[in-house]
Design a protein around this ligand. Structure first.
Ligand code: ZN
Length: 393
């Protein structure tokens, strides 16, 4: 059985919004967890391809798992090694480079750190080493006394893959124009190090690195809850109604919004029709003429039937009733719309094809979000749920 690796994605989706894990540049927030998650997701996929089992105690783009829970999970699972993935921050804007921490006295930790530094130098462009050779000892009583390397029963390393706060260089690799390549290179350097450390044959990827999903895709929402948000303030900001927001997020408790979680902002519903025509007259004929509608008895009879007035004879009461209903803009009673598309199939994909809608996973995930199905993974249960919602029955 393959070796078992704890892939420790630093922090969680709420640790920038409620804390300080990230940087703000020109008013835009860049979250450390997003970088850590992107690297971690690639590492996980690649290690699995190479026959390793993996345990991420912290899921990508989900609320933060406390440090003690993380190490409890790794210790209980008895993983063989823990790699904790981070980006660094400093009040000194010129601090830069990658640093790797191991627990002082751990020969295995040091061996991994040395292998990683060599791979980082050979495989990763643009970011240097922090503090000479990039290798740091963690020990009690020092600022390097990190929980993840101290409390793990197995060897562990904590990686600080450059400084987010170094805007002149590292930031461009962690979050900026070079970030896609940099994240892939960092991930591959970790993967190669794990292989070498365990004596497992390393193979370069034969496909491009996986496209990492966005937090919005993973969470099935398009808006992230920030401090102070309420359904009322969000609805107001997006110019939609609170009811529309609740309808789009049936599983969200709007009285206990979780900072850093995602909700769906629905499309604006159509604006209420503006009153048209003569609003003062009591005469249905005058009113119909004012909106350019045929006011003959025959047509009024037809309109009356559409508005649910039975046995129209043109009495004063019936005319007033019809006038009131038409002014209110109450929709005429029409036949229920004929169902569209394949009404028999149990396959969501077949149904989407039958109504001419993109049936790719990406689009199904988007639709799932719009229909309030969170965390869409394409399971059979989610597909039938989405099928029912889209058909409306
Ligand atoms: Zn961190």
């Amino acid at each position: 059985m393959g070796k078992y690796i704890g892939i420790d994605i630093g922090h969680g989706e709420n640790t920038f919004d409620t804390g300080s894990k990230g940087v703000r540049v020109n008013g835009v927030g860049y979250e450390e967890h997003h970088f850590n998650a992107a690297v971690g997701l690639i590492v996980e996929k690649r290690l699995n391809e190479l026959g390793f089992r993996t345990m991420p105690a912290q899921a990508a783009y989900k609320a933060d798992v406390p440090l003690a829970n993380r190490t409890n999970i790794y210790n209980r699972e008895k993983v063989d090694f823990v790699v904790s993935i981070h980006a660094n921050a400093s009040s000194n804007a010129s601090a830069n480079g990658m640093g790797i921490f191991y627990w002082k006295g751990s020969a295995d930790g040091l061996r991994f750190a040395k292998l990683f530094v060599e791979n980082f130098k050979a495989m990763v462009d643009g970011v240097g080493l922090w503090g000479g050779d990039g290798i740091w000892e963690s020990y009690r009583g020092s600022w390097t006394n990190f929980h993840m390397v101290r409390e793990t029963d197995m060897p562990a390393c904590l990686l600080e893959l450059g400084f987010m706060t170094n805007l002149s260089n590292d930031f461009k690799y962690i979050f900026g124009e070079h970030s896609k390549k940099y994240r892939e290179q960092c991930a591959e350097a970790i993967v190669k190090t794990v292989c070498q450390y365990f004596g497992v044959a390393y193979k370069e990827p034969n496909e491009p690195a996986p496209v990492v999903p966005t937090p919005q895709q993973v969470n099935g929402g398009n808006y992230k809850i920030k401090t102070g948000d309420t359904f009322y303030s969000i609805a107001r900001d997006f110019g939609i109604s609170v009811q529309d927001l609740q309808r789009a997020n049936p599983n969200v408790n709007h009285r206990a919004l979780q900072i850093g979680s995602y909700i769906v902002i629905p499309q604006k519903s159509a604006p209420a029709p503006q009153p048209k025509g003569n609003m003062n007259t009591d005469s249905i004929v005058t009113y119909l003429n004012s909106i350019g509608v045929d006011s003959s008895f025959a047509n009024r009879e037809k309109l009356a039937a559409q508005y649910g007035i039975a046995g129209y004879k043109g009495t004063a009461d019936q005319n007033l009733k019809l006038l009131e209903l038409m002014r209110k803009g109450k929709a005429p009673i029409t036949k229920a719309p004929t169902p569209k598309g394949d009404q028999k199939t149990n396959s969501l994909v077949d149904y989407l094809k039958s109504i001419g809608v993109d049936s790719s996973f990406t689009n199904r995930k988007k639709l799932a979000g719009q229909y309030g199905i969170s965390n869409y993974k394409g399971t059979a249960a989610q597909n039938s749920q989405l099928l029912v919602k889209m058909r409306g029955h």
